[in-house]
Design a protein. Structure first.
Length: 185
């Protein structure tokens, strides 16, 4: 199997609880973001934006999101509150995934969201070479990010991408057969 096939097929979610306590060097995060920047984009709108949270920044973000959960939920759970905070603090870094809508709306919004997802996929398949894991979470609470940091009127947070070192990133994810998902005509 070629290296690119192996890398794509090894992509998986690695949850923050699986991360080890090891900071991620800035140059690695910058390399991941550079790979994201090479995602496909219709009409070159390049709609991906990333807000990078490290060190105390990720803890502040976690505290903010946990407090928003506490303020907005009808059925508060102390365990979920603590898990939310721990997810942010356990990560080596957290990327807020932001879609920057083309002000001229030259393409449908779904295409720009798809481009942002492609940018995340570029990051995801780049993680293995650094022994990093990643997890994309898209809680409704992400809608409140603009209350913590400045977002432009045409920007929307699509979730958070947690990054962290993990013991092993070698397991291949078993997927159902492609033949069940394809029709030939």
């Amino acid at each position: 199997m070629s290296q690119i096939n192996e890398t794509i097929r090894a992509r998986k979610s690695v949850y923050p609880r699986q991360y080890i306590d090891k900071p991620i060097p800035k140059n690695i995060i910058e390399e991941l973001l550079e790979n994201a920047n090479h995602a496909p984009t219709h009409r070159l709108t390049e709609p991906w934006r990333f807000k990078v949270f490290t060190d105390e920044g990720k803890n502040k973000l976690g505290d903010f999101i946990a407090e928003k959960y506490k303020e907005t939920t009808a059925e508060f759970s102390e365990a979920k509150y603590e898990k939310t905070k721990n997810n942010f603090s356990s990560a080596g870094a957290v990327l807020a995934i932001v879609s920057h809508r083309d002000p001229d709306e030259r393409v449908p919004e779904w295409e720009e969201i798809a481009s942002v997802a492609c940018a995340i996929q570029n990051i995801w398949i780049s993680l293995r070479q650094y022994e990093l894991g990643g997890y994309w979470s898209s809680p409704a609470l992400a809608d409140h990010l603009g209350e913590l940091i400045s977002l432009k009127p045409n920007e929307k947070c699509l979730g958070f991408f947690y990054l962290g070192y993990c013991e092993s990133n070698d397991r291949i994810m078993e997927k159902g057969p492609i033949e069940e998902k394809v029709e030939w005509f």
